[in-house]
Design a protein around this ligand. Sequence first.
Ligand SMILES: Nc1ncnc2c1ncn2[C@@H]1O[C@H](COP(=O)(O)OP(=O)(O)OP(=O)(O)O)[C@@H](O)[C@H]1O
Ligand SMILES: [Mg+2]
Length: 451
Amino acid sequence: MKPHVWIIDDEPGICASLSLALKKEYEVRTFGSAVPALALLERESCDVVLLDLKIGSENGLDVLKQLKANDSHIAVIMMTAYGSIGSSVEAMKNGAFTYLIKPLDIDELLIFIAQAVEFRKLNEQVLYLSDALRSQGHYDKIIGESEPMQRVYGLIDRLKDVDANVLITGESGTGKELVAKAIHDAGKRRNERFVVVNCAAIPENLLELEFFGYKRGAFTGASQDRKGKFELADRGTIFLDEIGDMPINLQSKLLRMLQNKEFTPLGASDTRHVDVRVIAATNRDLKAMIAEQKFRDDLYYRLNVMNVRVPALRERLSDVPLLCEHFLKQFSTEMNKSIGGLSAEAAERLMHYDYPGNVRQLANILEYAAIVSPGGMIGVKDFPEEMRVRTEHSEGQSVEEYLCSTTLKDIERRAIEATLRKNNGRRDQTALDLGISKRGLLNKINEYGLS
Ligand SMILES: Nc1ncnc2c1ncn2[C@@H]1O[C@H](COP(=O)(O)OP(=O)(O)OP(=O)(O)O)[C@@H](O)[C@H]1O
Ligand SMILES: [Mg+2]
């Protein structure tokens, strides 16, 4: 989308020559008087206004105030034929971006307009970032060197510079959002915005406002123009998170938007076209949802041009140590605590857990431990309840299931192994814990080849 520049000047010659000079880079409109411009601003938005200090009988300063009242982020460049310093100072006080003295130097004007566009963008960025900061934390880099993660990195690499839509799937807490952000950050759109939309959290009647934005006055309470997420993401990436949780009637609206990448903000009269890359994510099984008619198959095929499946943590337990190191470092900094690391037993227990909540759960366990621990090494005693109970049986099985499907010998061997480990190899304590004689324990150790 080209930035919109409006020229308000009663001299047709000025309007025509400026329009000619600007129209290559900007969407230009000219007005011989302020009234129609102000009227149109009710329905359309504009980034920069070049405003004459005297438009016929109209006073440019009054127009400036009205423009700013309508859209406080609009950048207004005053043009004056009189070089009257007094009015120019007054204009700056009322929020003009700058003022230029006629006759205008076109090169200089182009520089100021470019700066004004940037200024407006930054202003919006601030608004957007303060929103984003409130709604989500900062982004960490992706940790993990396991083979399944290498495959993910390979995909990110191949996807980053193409514009194809991407669907990221994977269980909750596996890092789908991190992957989406990584695709954006590594690719050619990295200097533009990465706009997150949580599709599960948008009330049905607000979807259009959220995606497409609105004009001031479009409804009660709309006191400012507000750009929708699609417009904010122009030239960047829009991340449609939790896409599987979007109600089916909204799915069709979204599909329509994705098909033509055109939309009209509520209360506006102009259609806007955007260039956005779409990345969607879900932890749902969309194929199954399609079968149940809860997800539109046409939307699915539009989003799933490329698929990235983020593996569950239990499929890449070899990444656990690196993740632990990363999170412990993060938490000790945040909590200003000196945490030395994990005891051997604690580390071992983390390696033998199946993490239904994936990386998020591991982070939560370690955060809990970091809070509870007085400092120094973190032990099993610092873990939350679910981790203190031993779960050394195969993934996804209950203790009951494990016991029913394992030979007594095997159960015995594992009980001895685990107790020895807990007691750091001390045999008398182990025999005591297991309720057998020391002699009996030694026999078993030999029998099973433990040491
Ligand atoms: N590989 C990783 N390296 C570092 N941190 C990670 C990794 N994967 C996930 N995390 C962290 O775990 C948390 C959950 O990740 P994220 O929000 O990306 O998961 P998700 O797959 O989007 O989950 P959900 O489906 O619940 O939305 C975040 O705090 C994220 O920073
Ligand atoms: Mg997520």
